[in-house]
Ligand binder design. Structure first.
Ligand code: GLU
Length: 321
């Protein structure tokens, strides 16, 4: 099977060095495998989408030398490449789950349902395990409540472990029923939840390899359940550790690491940024300046440290010199 990888940015905020490193690794994995790279814009979370951000993300990735082969700007055989244009496909998948008895209407009005379009970046975003409030409502009760308001749809999770192999983290397993419980696949407003949209779109775009931040590692088991339920071929996964500040905390302004746009605006060369990202990834010594192309030959998942990459303030300051 020819390698098909993807970038799946959400146009909800600017790229920082952490997202840029994940993008570099996704690009390198695809190029090293002589594969195809797809750009899919994940813009389902409409209130959080910033006008102009999609164009900016695409422009900044190209500035880093990370181009793609199919995408909203280039077209391609698996378009459209913006999730907001794929609602019909998402709805058809939910209908299939519903017809198979694998999704049920949920009338709970929890913040979790409202937030479902957004990818959960870390356990705190996931909320508590769903207690199954609407799991066994009688048809009469469903009809009565549906007359009052539209339901969200939840996937009915079977008990048991989901096991998979991750290119970076090795063997992983998770008991979705015990940790997350039945999860939302479509919100009451008809917008697909992240978990469903990402599966349906990766399958439709024939993605063979997903490279993304390891804050999404806890989502993978849920997605594998959906691949199985929808009879779709699941991709391989590589979850890349996050870039953190010197203190081990999630990257923020106080670490001296501005957005990619700010670095670019300060006159930093793309080769300096790529060199820093390569050094953080075990692909080059500190202080290297190089292009993404220069790194393709030496790329391998075995070189990537499994723990979070610590970004030293001095390393960012040195970029401008
Ligand atoms: N669009 C998601 C995000 O912004 C990424 C989803 C994925 O790679 O599966 O984090």
């Amino acid at each position: 099977m020819t390698y098909r990888g993807r970038f799946a940015p959400s146009p909800t905020g600017p790229l920082h060095l952490g997202n840029a490193r994940t993008a570099l690794l996704a690009w390198l994995a695809a190029r090293a495998a002589r594969g195809t790279l797809v750009m899919r814009v994940e813009d389902l979370d409409r209130p959080r989408v910033h006008p102009g951000m999609e164009a900016r993300l695409l422009d900044e990735l190209r500035w880093l030398g990370l181009g793609w082969d199919e995408g909203p700007d280039l077209g391609g055989p698996c378009g459209p490449y913006r999730q907001s244009e794929l609602g019909g496909r998402h709805q058809a998948a939910v209908r299939r789950l519903r017809d198979a008895g694998l999704a049920y209407p949920c009338f709970c009005s929890r913040a979790e349902i409202a937030a479902a379009a957004q990818a959960p970046h870390g356990p705190a975003d996931d909320g508590p395990r769903y207690p199954g409030t609407c799991r066994d409502l009688s048809p009469v009760e469903v009809a009565r409540r549906a007359g009052e308001r539209a339901p969200a749809w939840r996937f009915r999770v079977a008990p048991g472990q989901v096991a998979f192999e991750d290119a970076v983290h090795g063997p992983c397993r998770s008991d979705v029923a015990a940790t997350t419980g039945d999860f939302v696949v479509m919100r009451a407003d008809g917008i697909a939840a992240y978990q469903l949209a990402v599966v349906v779109d990766d399958a439709a775009m024939r993605i063979t390899d997903v490279v993304r931040g390891d804050d999404l590692l806890p989502s993978t088991a849920r997605q594998l359940l959906l691949y199985g339920a929808l009879g779709l071929q699941a991709p391989r996964f590589a979850h890349v550790p996050l870039v953190v500040g010197e203190d081990g905390e999630r990257l923020a302004k106080r670490h001296g690491a501005g957005s990619l746009g700010e670095l670019r605006g300060a006159g930093v060369a793309p080769e300096a940024v790529v060199g820093l990202l390569a050094a953080l990834s075990g692909l080059a010594p500190a202080g290297t300046r190089c292009t993404a192309d220069d790194l393709v030959g030496g790329f391998g998942w075995g070189r990537l440290p499994r723990e979070s990459a610590r970004l030293l303030v001095g390393a960012v300051a040195a970029l401008a010199r």
